[in-house]
Design a protein around this ligand. Structure first.
Ligand SMILES: C[S@@+](CC[C@H](N)C(=O)[O-])C[C@H]1O[C@@H](n2cnc3c(N)ncnc32)[C@H](O)[C@@H]1O
Length: 432
């Protein structure tokens, strides 16, 4: 496909997303199935265009003065990739498979795309109903924080110290131009190029050998902040596909014991292969056998550390899932708040006296973070908050103390603050 035909295809996919209010991934998949002549390079280039536009959906509509799929594509790419008007003129030629030529109004809008008079939720590209929560989390800096969340994310890798060292992995992956992550001691970063194509990391021998895992630097830091020791009994209560379990196992040097579980067996399914590939020997996966089964019943009051990588809105990962931010609704936030309270209550039953709960979300919404911790502490007088600065210091990440969350209950990472996805981490100690 020509670059111009890819633009037309991206407009078609955006039209499908808008008309049927469906996830971008579904619309892209269907487009691929209906256009079998398109190769993988075409499909990933089209996906790159669509996701770049979705990151800037509101500001694109603002600069173009309308929200048609074509306007979103033109405005979104202008803002996200800084293309010149001449480049658009070249591609939008009206030739076969190419978009129609620019109108005078479109050209004028693309020449001077200004967000000077845009309200915060438009300049920052987020749903208007979340404005109060962004203001609470980030104060005056909310537009800049949201703009950082509207950038394309890099691909971060965590080097598995059960198999290799960061230096060896970096040498093996030099062709990706990897650089060490700034804060996570085992991370390697790959910056995505202008075409937005993600590197095929999974096809690399280093990946097949279990040397590396794909894991955002913020997620790596969250696991490190939990400060798991080699002699601990650790529960990973919301283990999902096992990203945190793998990081904890390496931090514990394959010693002690990790019990990994999740209420959703399907989400847990990939963990088995991942543990094998990574050479993890200190993790047991305990899948629930039925709706009311508690596979961890025998551990009640015995765990040194319970990691709660809580189900959340995922607002901190908007860089990677830009259509999730537009699809988010107030009732989905309410559902997640109820889930989080339930998982915290479960964690409280498992932890021993003197043990800790590490509460983690990939969100910046205070209701899911500080608010959830405040409610838990009010209802569980036997627990105390470990001061966030102490948490950072104990994990060997003292610099993170500067990113204490708005109401002081945890550490709040974000693309603007720490160059990572948005993560919240709070630690609670059971004292009685
Ligand atoms: C953020 S994801 C976990 C990601 C995973 N820890 C990782 O690092 O790859 C949250 C998980 O919590 C699970 N979950 C939801 N409610 C739960 C509950 N009450 N108890 C345990 N897990 C729960 C979901 O199925 C989901 O897999």
């Amino acid at each position: 496909m020509t670059p111009a035909a890819r633009l037309s295809a991206a407009i078609e996919v955006l039209a499908d997303i808008e008309a049927r209010r469906r996830p971008a991934s579904d619309a892209l998949k269907d487009w691929g199935l209906g256009h079998r002549f398109a190769g993988s390079g075409d499909r990933s280039a089209i996906a790159g265009l669509v996701y770049d536009v979705l990151r800037r959906r509101a500001s694109a509509a603002h600069v173009m003065g309308e929200a048609s799929p074509r306007a979103l594509l033109l405005g979104g790419i202008r803002l996200a990739r800084n293309w010149s008007v001449a480049r658009f003129d070249d591609l939008c030629s009206g030739a076969r498979f190419a978009p129609e030529p620019l109108t005078d109004a479109e050209r004028a809008a693309l020449e001077h795309p200004s967000l000077a008079d845009a309200p915060p939720h438009v300049a920052g590209d987020y749903p208007e109903w979340l404005d109060a929560q962004l203001a609470e989390a980030f104060g005056e800096g909310r537009v800049e924080e949201a703009q950082a969340l509207a950038q394309r994310a890099p691909v971060d890798l965590r080097v598995n110290t059960l198999k290799t060292t960061r230096e060896k992995a970096a040498a093996e992956l030099a062709h990706f131009g990897v650089t060490p992550t700034a804060r996570a001691p085992l991370g390697l970063r790959i910056v995505i190029g202008e075409d937005a194509r993600a590197p095929a990391v999974q096809a690399e021998p280093a990946f097949q050998k279990g040397w590396i895992e794909v894991q955002d630097e913020g997620s790596q830091l969250a696991a490190q902040l939990a400060a798991a020791d080699p002699d601990m009994q650790v529960v990973d209560l919301c283990a999902g596909a096992g990203g945190k379990t793998l990081a904890l196992a390496a931090a514990m040097d394959n010693r002690g014991q990790i019990f990994a579980t999740d209420t959703d067996k399907r989400r847990l399914a990939p963990i088995f292969d991942r543990l094998t590939r990574a050479g993890v020997r200190n993790a047991q996966v305990l899948a629930p056998r039925g709706k009311d089964d508690e596979p961890l019943a025998k551990l009640a009051g015995r765990a040194d550390l319970v990691v709660v990588d809580a189900p959340c809105t995922g607002s901190g990962t908007w860089r990677r899932n830009p259509d999730a931010k537009w699809r988010m609704r107030p009732n989905s936030l309410d559902d997640r708040l109820a889930d989080q309270a339930a998982v915290l209550a479960r964690a409280a039953r498992l932890v021993k006296q003197g043990g800790r709960i590490a509460y983690i979300t990939c969100s910046f919404l205070p209701a899911e973070n500080d608010g959830q911790i405040e409610r838990f502490l009010a209802g569980n007088p036997g627990f105390r908050l470990i001061p966030p600065a102490r948490v950072a210091e104990d994990a060997g990440l003292a610099d993170l103390a500067a990113f204490t969350s708005i109401r002081g209950q945890g550490l709040q990472l974000s693309p603007r603050r720490t160059g990572t996805d948005g993560f919240f981490v709070a630690l609670l100690r059971r004292v009685e």
